[in-house]
Design a protein around this ligand. Structure first.
Ligand code: MN
Ligand code: MN
Length: 461
């Protein structure tokens, strides 16, 4: 054998996905991404993504979970976790005792939450005080157009849903930054302190209402909120109002190969899972799609992946089939569908380029996350990696390897550890992202599409 033949037969040679897809697949990819863009424009919070999933699922005949219900092959059931997370199942031909094929993504993203007492006036400008949610670079949030999304529960129990800043006719909100002329001291600070958490105050208005007093701008804003939504100041206490970047998902690049949006992490995997589970017919094993909340702050709380709501749902399905939940979990497989850091040549020094995911090389499989000596990682076993490799190969899914940066560079985690803790074999995989956790993130259309195919392959395994 020549060396070339040896290379060909022995060495791995990853190829750009564009050299591997057909014209037909490319057309499908573009159609898929249009649908994804529509989803992203409609869903910027976990509540909006959950509501969207419920509405689509109901159209397709999914029924809400109720204890005591049946779980026969082909039945489609969803569990709406208080409007903030959702699990959907298509019951398979085999018993749940043989396990389920699960894909778990999250639908919360880094942002700024309003404090419980947010509205104030300073120097005749009205503001909201915020508390950032998830891992952000605080300096990225001033001087960009912001929108307000969320719900308010009034004392009489009625709920108001608010979205301001997305319709082109709406006003937007904004955090100010310091002019460079006077930033001599600011520019000496480290990036983490250039903008302090308590400086993420969102400008709401500047026009005083007629009359006397030191709160005329605040009063005018409260009057506007009352006229438009019937709110009084105390209502902020029973609200979840969040500040997110305003605007739509856009194509990026002259070749339109990339997509920019707020919160690709992790709605890009959430949407892939949803579209996959909506198009699988009756699978062999029960397919389960999870859109979790609170991943960005540790998967805690009632709607996070550590919550018992998942046992409530899966336990109910198992009860319907006379199966022990523990047996189901022990035989299940979970794709923890979450984004990875795409290799960025602008910041090459943080990555091991041989082990980093790249744009356009397909869904990235991450054997382990964690930090330092794999601390906190759900390190997938050789068997688990073998299973996913075989599944993707059989389905023709374009995939690649991912690691989260160079050793000792930093780290992170996903829901994988919490699924694995349940005695479910779990592997992390997802879409490579540039500028992860920035107000606008970038993904490649090809990777989005391959991730949908990957979820489908897992459901049908
Ligand atoms: Mn994520
Ligand atoms: Mn994240």
């Amino acid at each position: 054998m020549t060396n070339d033949e040896l290379r060909e037969s022995l060495l791995a040679a990853p190829k750009n996905g564009y050299t591997r897809i057909t014209a037909e697949q490319r057309a499908e990819m573009n159609e898929y991404c249009k649908r994804y863009m529509t989803f992203m424009d409609a869903c910027k919070t976990e509540r909006e993504a959950t509501a969207w999933a419920v509405a689509e699922a109901e159209k397709l005949g999914f029924k809400p979970f109720a204890p005591g219900m049946t779980a026969n092959p082909g039945e489609k059931i969803f569990y709406n976790c208080r409007g903030k997370a959702i699990a959907l199942a298509v019951v398979g031909k085999e018993s749940l005792a043989k396990g389920a094929n699960i894909c778990a993504a999250h639908v919360d993203s880094p942002r700024m939450d309003l404090k419980p007492n947010p509205l104030y006036e300073d120097s005749e400008i009205a503001y909201f005080k915020t508390h950032y949610y998830g891992g952000i670079k605080k300096y990225q949030w001033p001087t960009i157009e912001l929108a307000l999304h969320g719900v308010v529960y009034r004392k009489d129990g009625s709920v108001i849903t608010i979205t301001i800043g997305e319709d082109p006719a709406d006003p937007v909100l904004m955090v100010s930054d310091l002019l460079p002329h006077l930033a001599a001291d600011q520019m000496q600070k480290t990036a983490g302190k250039v903008i302090a958490g308590e400086q993420l105050n969102v400008i709401l208005g500047s026009e005083p209402i007629e009359g006397e007093g030191s709160d005329l701008v605040k009063l005018n804003i409260m009057k506007w909120l009352n006229e438009k939504y019937g709110l009084i100041e105390e209502d902020f206490l029973s609200a979840e109002l969040v500040i997110v970047p305003a605007g739509k998902c856009r194509e990026v690049g002259f070749d339109r190969s990339l997509l920019s949006a707020y919160g690709h992490d992790d709605r890009v995997c959430a949407y892939a899972e949803l579209e996959a589970i909506f198009n699988i017919g009756t699978p062999t094993k029960t397919a389960v799609c999870i859109l979790a909340d609170k991943e960005e702050i540790g998967s805690v709380g009632i709607s996070g992946m550590q919550s018992h709501y998942f046992e409530h749902f899966m336990g109910g399905l198992c009860d319907a089939q006379g199966v022990k939940l523990e047996d189901c979990f022990a035989n299940s497989f979970c794709l923890s569908a979450d984004v990875s850091n795409a290799y960025d040549p602008n910041f090459a020094e943080v990555s091991d380029s041989r082990n980093n995911s790249r744009l356009n090389y397909g869904i990235s499989i991450c054997k382990y996350t964690g930090s330092r000596g794999k601390g906190g990682a759900s390190d997938a076993s050789a068997e688990a990696m073998g299973h996913i490799r075989t599944t993707f190969a059989n389905a023709g899914v374009i995939w690649q390897i991912a690691t989260l940066g160079k050793v000792d560079q930093g780290g992170g985690g996903t829901v994988a550890a919490y699924m694995a803790n349940r005695n479910i074999v779990t592997v992390d995989a997802g879409v490579p992202v540039l500028s992860m956790h920035a107000p606008l993130e970038l993904v490649s259309k090809l990777d989005c599409y391959e991730t949908m195919l990957a979820c489908k392959a897992i459901y049908l395994a």
